[in-house]
Write a new protein. Structure first.
Length: 309
């Protein structure tokens, strides 16, 4: 492959993989559940309210989850998503139908520059609240950009990719800036006038996944149900991620693109790393909410009053 061609393909494919700019499911608008093949049986009785778009694959309404005392998270109030920079006109119209008041973007500046700003309905502007990815973006860029099988093995094989992901999740708890960004979003959700609210990162699985887990737990959704919601990202992203790995193989950029799987997936062990860190630092999840995120009893009460029925 000629050097110029390598550079051109690398620029396109690296950006696509690192930023989550992956082939999307077809169709537009909201649906009460994901395609049958994408919904794992362990999803339980909770109705998954997926928003099916052409330019994003991991968008859904967090409404419908049940709390331990039988209340329900209100539908149509809080949404989670992956990057919104590649939305079609039809997607933007579908987003407009959600009547969003606030969009929170957790991406760091290099991601926004590479993937582009959100495409949003007129009059709606994303609030930038960058959450530290602890070098994940740069690592993926370096790994694929090297086009060197030995270097890719050195950086990712032997459990290195999994260790990186666990450290990223621990950082969600230990990093003060991250705690401030997540707390600000939870406060927005607790106040009138800020919701319906959508938050997102690039792939909608790690920073967005942790934010979703924290929110559901704060509302009283059992840990197991909140974890199942977190793991659904694997079902929604599976085909797009597989196609991207195959594209890297065909382009000659990765001899073994399966090395990327631990970076592309969400796993219970990653979530467990964050939960364990919260227990170490704050004595448990409640301590993480009150001490780590600085959410006092009145804020948590307003959050539950706003989002539960």
């Amino acid at each position: 492959m000629r050097v110029a061609h390598v550079r051109r393909v690398t620029g396109v494919v690296v950006t696509a993989v690192a930023l989550g700019c992956l082939p999307a499911w077809s169709g537009a608008g909201a649906t009460a559940a994901p395609p049958a093949a994408a919904a794992p049986p362990e999803a339980g009785a909770t109705t998954v309210r997926r928003v099916v778009l052409q330019g994003a694959v991991n968008v859904r309404d967090l409404g419908g989850h049940r709390t331990a005392n039988g209340r329900e998270v209100r539908p149509g109030q809080v949404f989670r998503a992956d990057a919104l920079g590649k939305l079609t006109d039809a997607d933007v119209s579908a987003l407009a139908a959600l009547n969003l008041r606030t969009v929170v973007d957790f991406r760091v500046p290099p991601e926004v520059r590479g993937d582009g700003a959100d495409r949003l309905p007129a009059g709606l502007t994303a609030v930038s609240r960058p959450v530290n990815d602890r070098g994940l973006y740069g690592t993926v860029m370096a790994v694929i950009g090297s086009a060197d099988p030995a270097e890719q093995e050195r950086l990712l094989a032997g459990g290195k990719a999994e260790r990186l992901m666990r450290e990223i999740y621990r950082g969600f708890v230990t990093d003060p800036d991250t705690r401030r960004q997540l707390a600000a979003t939870l406060r927005d959700l607790a106040e009138r006038g800020q919701s319906p609210l959508l938050f997102h990162c690039t792939s909608g699985k790690d920073r967005t996944g942790w934010m979703s887990y924290v929110l559901l737990r704060a509302l009283g959704v059992p840990a197991g149900a909140a974890e199942r919601d977190y793991l659904l990202s694997n079902a929604y992203r599976a085909e797009a991620d597989r196609a991207m790995r195959e594209g890297l193989r065909r382009a000659g950029l990765m001899e073994d693109p399966e090395l990327l799987v631990p970076l592309q997936e969400v796993r219970a062990e990653y979530l467990d790393a964050a939960v364990d860190q919260a227990e170490r630092d704050y004595g448990g999840f409640e301590g993480y909410l009150t001490e780590g995120l600085g959410l006092d009893t009145p804020v948590l009460a307003r959050l539950r009053a706003r989002l539960l029925r």
